[in-house]
Ligand binder design. Structure first.
Ligand code: NAD
Length: 345
C-alpha cells in the first residue's frame, strides 16, 4: 500500500465532518490523522475504529505537526476563526459551504491563507461532483452552441431536520438560503465558465404551517454575455429532486441539493440523467458518461494538484468561494429588500 500523500485533520464532526470522513476513509491518497469537536460523544463515535488523535478544540488540531491540511466542517459561524487558526498553524485548508456568513469574513480568510502561504479551497459544494464537471465540459465544447440559459430546481427536506437557533440565524450564515443556495449558485457559475454575475433578483418565503422558518427561495441571475440563470429551491420535503430523475449513489445527493440542472444554448440542451448526461442538440441525441467520483474526492484532487511544485491553482479557490458567497449574500439582500441587487462578481 502506498503512503498517504495528505494527513488530514477534520474540524467539526457533525453531518458534514462525518460525510467527508466517510468518503475519505475509502481514498488511499488521504489519511485522517486527527479531528476536533467540543462534544465528547462526537469525538468518541468518530474515533471508534480509526487511529485518530482527538482534540476538544480546533486550536489544538491546528497546532498538531502531524496534520498537513485541515477540513473545516464546523458550523458556518466558526469558519473564519477556524480558517485563521489553520492558516496560523501552516496547514492547507478546505472549508465547507457556505464559506462564511459574510463577504468580509471571506476576505479575511483569503488574506489569512495568503499571509501564511497556505492553500485555501472552498468546497462542500455540489459543483465539485463529476456530474457538473461533465456538464461544464459539454458547455465549453461548444456542443450547445452559444450558452444562453441555465436553471436549477431543487426539492429537498432541508426544513425537516432539527436545527439550532444559531443554525437558522441568517446573520450567522444560517437558514436555508445561506446553507443551500451555495450549491446551486456554485453549479450555475461553474457551468457559465466563471462569467461574472452582474445582478441578482430574488424572493424567499416562509409559507409552511409547520414552521415559521423560510423554506423557499428563487433567484434570477444576470450574467455576462447575455447569459441568464434561474434557481429555485423548495426545502419543505414533499418532493425530492432525486426522485425526479433516475439516479443512485452520490448522484441522488447531487440532484437533491443542486436540483434538476439544465444548460441551454443556441443549438441544444444538456441535463444530468443518473449515471450519464442527456445531450440533445441539432446534431442528435447523445448519452455522455459521467466519470466515477464525488465532490469530496474531487476537492482532494484539486488540493493535491495545487500542492505539487508549479501546480495549478485550485478551481474552487478561496476567491472562487468568495464569489459564490457574494451572490448568495445578494440573494438574501434582494429577497429582503424586494429589489434587484447589482454585483461585480
Ligand atoms: N457539503 C455538504 O453537503 C454539507 C452538508 C451539511 C453541512 N455542511 C456544512 O458543514 C458545516 C457543519 O454543518 P453540519 O450539518 O455538519 O452541522 P452539525 O450541527 O451536524 O455538526 C456541527 C459539529 O460541529 C461541532 N462544533 C460546534 N462548535 C465547534 C467548534 N467551535 N469547533 C469544532 N467543532 C464544533 C458540533 O459539536 C457538531 O458536532 C456547515 O458549514 C454546513 O453548512 C455541508
Amino acid at each position: 500500500m502506498t503512503a498517504p500523500q495528505i494527513r488530514l485533520g477534520v474540524a467539526g464532526l457533525g453531518l458534514a465532518g462525518r460525510m467527508v470522513a466517510g468518503s475519505l476513509d475509502l481514498d488511499n491518497r488521504v489519511a485522517i490523522v486527527a479531528a476536533a469537536d467540543p462534544q465528547q460523544n462526537a469525538r468518541r463515535e468518530f474515533a471508534a475504529g480509526r487511529g485518530v488523535v482527538m482534540y476538544p478544540d480546533v486550536d489544538g488540531l491546528c497546532r498538531d505537526p502531524m496534520v498537513d491540511a485541515v477540513w473545516v466542517a464546523s458550523p458556518t459561524r466558526f469558519h473564519r476563526r477556524h480558517v485563521e487558526l489553520a492558516a496560523e498553524g501552516g496547514k492547507d485548508i478546505i472549508v465547507e459551504k457556505p464559506m462564511a456568513p459574510s463577504v468580509a469574513d471571506c476576505d479575511a480568510m483569503i488574506a489569512a491563507a495568503a499571509k501564511a502561504g497556505v492553500l485555501l479551497l472552498a468546497a462542500g459544494v455540489r459543483s465539485l461532483d463529476p456530474t457538473f464537471d461533465a456538464m461544464r465540459e459539454v458547455v465549453e465544447s461548444g456542443a450547445l452552441g452559444r450558452l444562453r440559459h441555465l436553471s436549477a430546481s431543487a426539492y429537498t427536506g432541508w426544513l425537516r431536520r432539527d436545527r439550532s437557533e444559531a443554525d437558522m440565524d441568517e446573520s450567522l450564515g444560517g437558514g436555508v438560503v445561506f446553507n443551500q443556495a451555495p450549491h446551486q449558485v456554485d453549479v450555475l457559475r461553474c457551468l457559465a465558465g466563471g462569467r461574472a454575475v452582474r445582478s441578482v433578483r430574488a424572493r424567499a418565503a416562509a409559507w409552511s404551517d409547520r414552521t415559521p422558518a423560510t423554506g423557499y427561495f428563487r433567484a434570477e441571475l444576470e450574467l455576462e454575455d447575455d447569459v441568464d440563470a434561474v434557481l429555485a429551491y423548495d426545502g419543505h420535503g414533499y418532493l425530492r429532486s432525486a426522485e425526479l430523475v433516475a439516479s443512485g449513489g452520490s448522484a441522488s445527493l447531487v440532484l437533491a441539493d443542486a436540483g434538476l440542472v439544465v444548460a441551454s444554448g443556441s443549438r441544444g440542451a444538456v441535463r444530468p440523467a443518473g449515471d450519464h448526461l442527456d445531450l440533445v442538440s441539432d446534431d442528435g441525441h447523445s448519452r455522455i458518461p459521467i466519470r466515477p467520483g464525488d465532490a469530496t474526492t474531487e476537492a482532494v484532487s484539486q488540493l493535491m494538484a495545487a500542492r505539487t511544485v508549479g501546480g495549478a491553482a485550485p478551481r474552487h479557490s478561496g476567491d472562487w468561494g468568495r464569489g459564490t458567497l457574494e451572490v448568495v449574500a445578494a440573494i438574501v439582500e434582494s429577497a429582503r429588500a424586494g429589489l434587484r441587487v447589482p454585483l461585480r462578481t
